[in-house]
Design a protein around this ligand. Structure first.
Ligand code: ATP
Length: 452
């Protein structure tokens, strides 16, 4: 993991946040390459699930929402983790994590049952010290709105993007006249005051989500919602495969009854074999009509759907949820590879081409002006085609190849002295390292077919 994070920092994928002021723990900034890659993920997700489908519409709702939203959704009362503190060092831990480490199955345990287990097993802090009694720690991140201290009021940053899609449900129905089944999708930041953030970008207090609320008719039989659920499971599996993540590194966890939310008839977690353990990457849940009913009750508004026969009902919902940052991490971990080539170690990010931040490197064999001019022509043609490319003129060609291997650039185009004569360039493939001569005319089209 250390090797990957240092590469990501060095090459401008992910930096520690606020570094010149000593940093701010567990915050990260996406650098020039990271932001391109993250954008590729979000764009493809949006194109796939919103633009290419007639049954899903997009939304970008505000991060700050009326506090009543969080009262209605249950987040203010329920969205908490069990917190314990080391009595000597005052370090904080999640009791569920400590119990799990001690071999206790926490699935289905209530807060009170966790306390019993903690006492029964005499759970200590990892430092060997006594722990405080557990308390429920709410994960909502609070801030205040208003010009002066006296007039300002507490407000919460959203802990998930989902509620915006429920709160706007009626407005979306009225403005789009969509028929059930249909979905609403949203990409955006979410904030949680996590007790134990860590493992690089796996668990942070500020992160990004891509979520869909897929509304269906209230099912008469289980098989009706199960069919939609299975279709979404397959969509998510296909998405994971297209990210270049091996199916064998993914484990589907059917969340047992006691552990999933009481209103959910089925929840699965897509877990990935991260270097620090098998942990949740994505989730898929059948949430019934819990959310809309909560908002109907608390807002007093009618959020039901009326069908063509004038029949009114509150739709049920299937929710696929994807973390953007965990996607980045899983993709980068999957793509990272080291191999021996001619007695040297070659580091390669074997990213699927569509995910690579820089698709093509344009490399003049020497710094001679004629070659550099030709490279600039190639670069212009590629950028006109929307292919993000970069010229690199320093150091030996071998070193330059390695530099682009390390950031996952799928193709290097080398312009040499023969190019001036035969109007051909050498195109090198990152994975096979095979090289072929390709005519300058049509080079852009040739590469475009390969990189997207
Ligand atoms: P965990 O059990 O790991 O805390 P969760 O079950 O609380 O996760 P959800 O509420 O289902 O997570 O959130 C949906 C998705 O958002 C997760 O599958 C994950 O990809 C992402 N996510 C949740 N919390 C964080 C976080 N603190 N940092 C980064 N991504 C997160």
């Amino acid at each position: 993991m250390e090797k990957i994070t240092s590469l990501l920092k060095r090459r401008g994928f992910i930096y520690p946040g606020s570094l010149i002021y000593g940093g701010l723990q567990n915050t990260f900034d996406y650098g020039p390459l990271g932001v391109e890659m993250k954008k590729n993920i979000k764009d493809e997700w949006w194109n796939r699930f919103v633009r290419r489908r007639s049954d899903i519409v997009g939304l970008d709702s505000a991060i700050l929402m009326n506090t009543k939203v969080w009262e209605a959704s249950g987040h203010l009362a329920e969205f908490s983790d069990p917190l314990v503190e080391d009595k000597i060092t005052h370090e904080r831990f999640r009791l569920d994590h400590l119990l799990e480490q001690a071999g206790t199955k926490i699935g289905g345990l209530s807060f009170e049952q966790m306390i019993e287990k903690m006492k029964g097993k005499n759970i200590k802090s990892p430092n060997g010290n006594e722990l405080t009694d557990p308390r429920k720690f709410n994960l909502m991140l609070k801030t205040s709105l208003g010009a002066t201290l006296e007039t300002s009021s507490d407000i919460y940053l959203r802990p998930e993007t989902a509620q915006g899609m429920f709160v706007d449900f009626k407005q979306i129905l009225e403005s789009t006249r969509k028929k059930i089944p249909f979905g609403v999708a949203q990409i955006g930041k979410a904030f949680r005051n996590e007790i134990t953030p860590g493992n690089f970008i796996f668990r942070t207090r500020e992160f990004e989500q891509m979520e869909i609320e897929y509304f269906i008719l209230p099912p008469k039989e289980d098989k009706e919602w199960m069919e939609v659920f299975n279709t979404w499971q397959k969509e998510m599996e296909k998405w994971i495969e297209d990210l270049g993540i091996l199916g064998s590194d993914i484990h589907i966890l059917d969340v047992p009854e006691g552990e999933r939310a009481h209103y959910s008839k089925k929840t699965i977690d897509f877990e990935y074999e991260f270097p620090f353990g098998v942990k949740e990457l994505y989730g898929l849940a059948y949430r019934g009509d819990f959310d809309l009913q909560n908002h109907i009750r608390e807002s007093g508004q009618d959020l039901s759907f009326v069908d063509e026969d004038g029949k009114k009902f509150v739709p049920h919902v299937i929710e696929p949820t994807f973390g953007v940052d965990r996607t980045m991490l899983a993709v980068l971990v999957s793509a990272y590879d080291k191999e021996q080539v001619e007695g040297e170690v070659r580091t390669v990010l074997r990213l699927p081409n569509w995910l690579s931040p820089i698709k093509v490197a344009v490399l003049p064999l020497s710094k001679k002006e004629e070659l550099i001019n030709l490279c600039e022509d190639v670069l212009r043609e590629l950028s006109d085609l929307g292919i993000i490319s970069e010229i690199d003129i320093t150091q030996s060609i071998g070193k330059r190849y390695r530099r682009f291997d390390e950031i996952g650039t799928p193709y290097c185009v080398t312009v040499d002295f023969d190019t001036l004569e035969d109007k051909k360039v050498t195109v090198r493939d990152r994975d096979t390292m095979k090289q072929e001569r390709v005519a300058l005319t049509g080079l852009g089209k040739y590469l475009k077919e390969k990189v997207f």
